[in-house]
Design a binder for this molecule. Structure first.
Ligand code: TRP
Length: 328
């Protein structure tokens, strides 16, 4: 059991896609705000991505992308532990132990696995076992809280259940039973008004060039009122996005729209400018980090060292308790 009064929070990020504004506002920014309250661990869940990504160079590059994104967005590696899942392979040892107390029915009820079957796919065993690896990710580091979106809640319930079962079978304190912290993060609309997501192809890439930002923004659907007509912000995607990135200036845009003589094209240009101002510095940092893979690797290695020390302590408790290897 951790004796530290500061609770540990942990989150894994699957390296499967280029980050977009929805990821930033809905997940990255709120997660970084937790750093003040918790001892925070963030890791790149590259082995989870292996259930779907088949291109080795893409997987490797996406892992660096995730690390560079979080750093560019403000993660400070001297106070937050940033590491790559695969750099602490002890997680597989714990995943096996958890698998030995999990019921197959629990995995059969997994949303991702069930959805894949419902779509008529033949999911690989990695998809089936995904929740075990995720539970091991969490339990290996004595995690107290896992801030997650609602879609991950089932995984957390399984994690808690498995930790409790281990403690019931082998003694209290072998594993820390984590709390679920679901955060109602803002949902960011995409270019078509639906939730911004890679699969819908409606995203504003976080690190797009100024030109790329403009191209994306000018695809947004708007009303067709004439320039001089007054316009309402109700249901306006342009306004909603503007409000997210330039909240202080949103009332001014609302006023201009209501007054008439300010067209949707003007509003779009103002959104482009606001995005550019909001993202320019992050993009600069991201590009610098992305160009220096050795530096990124050093940061990840530093994180893995801290993470490994905790992992070894957990696994030695687990081995001792379960009768694996020599007694201490
Ligand atoms: N399953 C998570 C997702 O799809 C990623 C993840 C892997 C994770 N391991 C984790 C999240 C541990 C929180 C804790 O986004």
């Amino acid at each position: 059991m951790t004796t530290s009064p500061v609770k540990t929070s942990l989150t894994g990020i699957k390296p499967t896609a280029e980050p977009h504004l929805g990821n930033y506002l809905g997940a990255i920014r709120p997660a970084l705000q937790l750093v003040e309250r918790y001892r925070s661990f963030y890791f790149v869940a590259d082995y989870h991505a292996l259930t779907t990504v088949r291109d080795p160079s893409a997987l490797r590059a996406h892992s660096w992308t995730v690390a560079a994104t979080w750093l560019a967005c403000g993660l400070d590696p001297s106070e937050t532990v940033l590491f790559r899942q695969s750099d602490v392979p002890l997680v597989f040892e714990l995943a096996w132990v958890l698998g030995c107390v999990a019921a197959t029915g629990q995995l059969e009820r997994g949303h991702a696995y069930k959805d894949a079957l419902a779509r008529g796919e033949a999911p690989n065993a990695g998809v089936f076992c995904y929740p075990l690896l995720m539970a091991a990710d969490i339990l290996l580091y004595d995690t107290n809280v896992v801030p997650i979106g609602a879609d991950q809640k089932q995984h957390l319930e399984l994690t808690r259940d498995l930790a409790a079962r281990i403690n019931h079978l082998y003694g209290d304190g072998v594993l820390v039973v984590p709390e679920i912290v679901t955060s109602d993060h803002p949902t960011v609309p995409g270019l078509d008004g639906h939730k911004m997501s890679k699969s819908r192809g409606n995203t504003i890439p976080l690190f797009a060039s100024a030109k790329g930002l403009k191209k994306a923004v000018f695809r947004i659907k708007t009303g067709s009122e004439a320039l001089e007509e007054p316009k309402s912000t109700d249901g306006s995607i342009v306004y909603e996005l503007f409000r997210h990135v330039a909240p202080a200036e949103a009332p001014e845009m609302e006023r201009k729209l209501a007054a008439g003589g300010y067209g949707w094209g003007h509003a779009k240009q103002d959104l482009v400018d606001a995005l550019e101002a909001y993202l320019r510095e992050k993009r600069r940092r991201y590009e610098a980090l992305r160009e220096d893979e050795d530096a990124l690797e050093r940061i990840l290695a530093g994180g893995a060292e801290v993470a490994s020390a905790i992992a070894r302590a957990t696994m030695s408790r687990v081995r001792e308790a379960t009768g694996i290897g020599l007694a201490r």
